[in-house]
Design a protein around this ligand. Structure first.
Ligand code: SF4
Length: 544
């Protein structure tokens, strides 16, 4: 029985559960023709041996993503051509490779393996993403089997790192060690991963599906903007478990996730995750790609209807009502700096510039962690890294070693809170450059506004998508072409101001006239920040 809905019924949204099994667009047709997971064997048996030109286009621009592979943007194509060229004209013969790091959890050996892959096969490139992954570039198809072998030898993979699949599961980097965590979600992340990632039950979703499972008391995995999020709370009987949020997402039509109002006991997380993902698989809209995220289903159904379908059609039992998390507007969500673990040791969080590192740098981080007695490194959802388990007497030494590598443990506000997406250097959708602009912006703001007193998030995107979360930043910068001083179109940014997550969640305001050229970006941001300093009241946080 299709669920009743208060929204006007839409004709043929491609929902499987309503009988629309015939593909309604090219992407759905490709997925129906062959499961994305099957491309792995073709890469090993055929494409890596016969080379780039042997790759079936439906695999190259579709199924490769099921294993974290995207073609890079061919060098030298400016952002003005992004929308007008055919996809094959933008393709380079090299790949971006995304390594999924569920919960951001890495051992020294795993980090070393990623570092060695970067130096051997990726021209020493590496970026920490804001979903705790590591992305490498310049990968050749011929090298992919050797890369997988190396990753798998240390328990890592690229499976379902991209594509219409359940992507990496976000988790707090401090799971199991934080003094103030609500619940340690390590086991729940492991079970969801082991039970469901790579299963053909979930390898053909309407679109990408982003998960978070965390008991972090500062909500560092940003449950508000995940498709499904399990958020640590203390349940009705006083034991810890999870509050379930569904339908968050940014990009076009941004929406904060809605609470279903249920309490999920830890041992039920894996089956409830499978239930939510199954609702999305069966009822998600498949006709139009831009409406194929779970947030559109939640918007039309509302959380009550979603809960009813989840419980009646998929779980077969009712979940108990549960409390909401206690959000605090003043919390900083990253884990940068030196802080005490509950076992008396310290964790040390540090900031590269806008997530950009290198294979060489990752190898140095592994060496430094090991030399200071740690075997646990974590990536964060803010493009940062954390070394766990440092004895108090060795803490100052590790801080010095990291700072000597330009990995700031005590960063400026700007180094700490500026993020940037991949941008035009490698991304085929990009209109402007982001990483170098972000790094330059940090350096300029540190020079012009030393000791800036308030946290301020600055997020930079290379196009209207929101890989770097521009709508929830204090200052969000969306890459586009703008009119330069001489009247010509040049790289620039539409400015969004006043976005936030937490107790006062809101999307940044986009004001039509608020644009800057990339060239003038440091001047523009400096003006905004100086105006804030001039006009703010006592202890007033940054808000525009
Ligand atoms: Fe590419 Fe746009 Fe995402 Fe940046 S925001 S990585 S330019 S798709």
């Amino acid at each position: 029985m299709p669920p009743a809905t208060s929204a006007r019924p839409r004709r043929g949204e491609g929902q499987w559960a309503l009988g629309y099994r015939e593909p309604l667009n090219k992407n759905e047709e490709n997925k129906k023709n062959d499961d994305g997971l099957n491309v792995r064997q073709r890469i090993i048996d055929i494409y890596s041996k016969a080379g780039f030109d042997s790759i079936d286009p439906a695999d190259l621009r579709g199924r490769f993503r099921w294993f974290g592979l995207y073609t890079q943007r061919a060098p030298g194509i400016d952002g003005g051509k992004t929308a007008v060229l055919e996809p094959e004209e933008l393709d380079d013969r090299y790949f971006m490779l995304r390594v999924r790091i569920d919960g951001g959890q890495l051992t020294v050996a795993q980090l070393r393996a990623v570092a060695e892959i970067s130096t051997a096969y990726g021209r020493d490139t590496a970026d920490i993403t804001d979903r705790q992954n590591v992305q490498l570039h310049w990968v050749r198809i011929e090298d992919v089997p050797a890369i997988w072998e190396k990753l798998e030898s240390v328990g890592l993979s690229t499976m379902e790192a991209c594509g219409d699949t359940p992507r990496v599961i976000l988790g707090c980097p401090l799971a199991g060690i934080a003094e103030d965590e609500v619940i340690d979600a390590t086991e729940e992340i492991r079970r969801v991963h082991d039970d469901h990632i790579g299963s053909d039950l979930f390898s053909n979703l309407p679109r990408k599906f982003k998960s978070s499972i965390s008991g972090c008391s500062s909500y560092c995995t940003n449950h508000e903007i995940n498709d499904v999020a399990f958020v640590g709370v203390v349940g009705p009987d006083g034991t810890p478990g999870y509050d379930l949020h569904v339908g968050g997402g940014l990009s076009t039509n941004p929406m904060f996730a809605k609470r279903l109002g249920v309490f999920v006991a830890p041992e039920r997380v894996s089956e409830v995750w499978a239930g939510v993902t199954s609702v999305f698989r069966d009822y998600g809209y498949r006709r139009l790609r831009h409406r194929a995220r779970i947030k559109f289903l939640i918007k039309d159904w509302g959380p009550e209807r979603f809960r009813e379908v989840l419980e009646k059609e998929y779980l077969g039992y009712a979940l108990p009502d549960g409390p909401a998390p206690e959000l605090d507007p003043g919390l900083e969500r990253d884990h940068v700096g030196v802080h005490r673990q509950r076992d008396g040791r310290n964790y040390v969080g540090f900031a590269p510039r806008v997530g950009r590192v290198s294979g060489t740098k990752l190898a140095r981080i592994a060496d430094i962690a090991e030399a200071h007695g740690s075997d646990r490194i974590r990536t964060t959802a803010d493009q940062k890294l954390v070394v766990l388990d440092v004895e108090p007497e060795r803490t100052e030494s590790i801080v010095e070693a990291l700072e000597a590598e330009d990995l700031r443990v005590r960063p400026s506000v700007f180094r700490r809170q500026t993020m940037a997406c991949t941008g035009i250097e490698f991304c085929k959708l990009a209109i402007v450059e982001t990483k170098d602009r972000g790094a330059t912006l940090i350096d300029e703001l540190e020079r012009r506004l030393p000791g800036f007193p308030e946290p301020v998030t600055i997020n930079i995107n290379g196009c209207p998508n929101s890989c770097a979360r521009i709508q929830v930043a204090d200052i969000g910068l969306k890459g586009q072409l703008v009119t330069g001083p001489d009247g010509r179109q040049v790289e620039g940014y539409q400015v969004h101001l006043g976005g936030a997550m937490g107790l006062n969640s809101s999307f940044g305001r986009k004001v039509r006239g608020l644009k800057t050229t990339a060239e003038e970006l440091p001047d523009y941001v400096e003006r905004v920040l100086r105006r804030f300093l001039d006009q703010r009241g006592d202890d007033e946080p940054f808000a525009v």
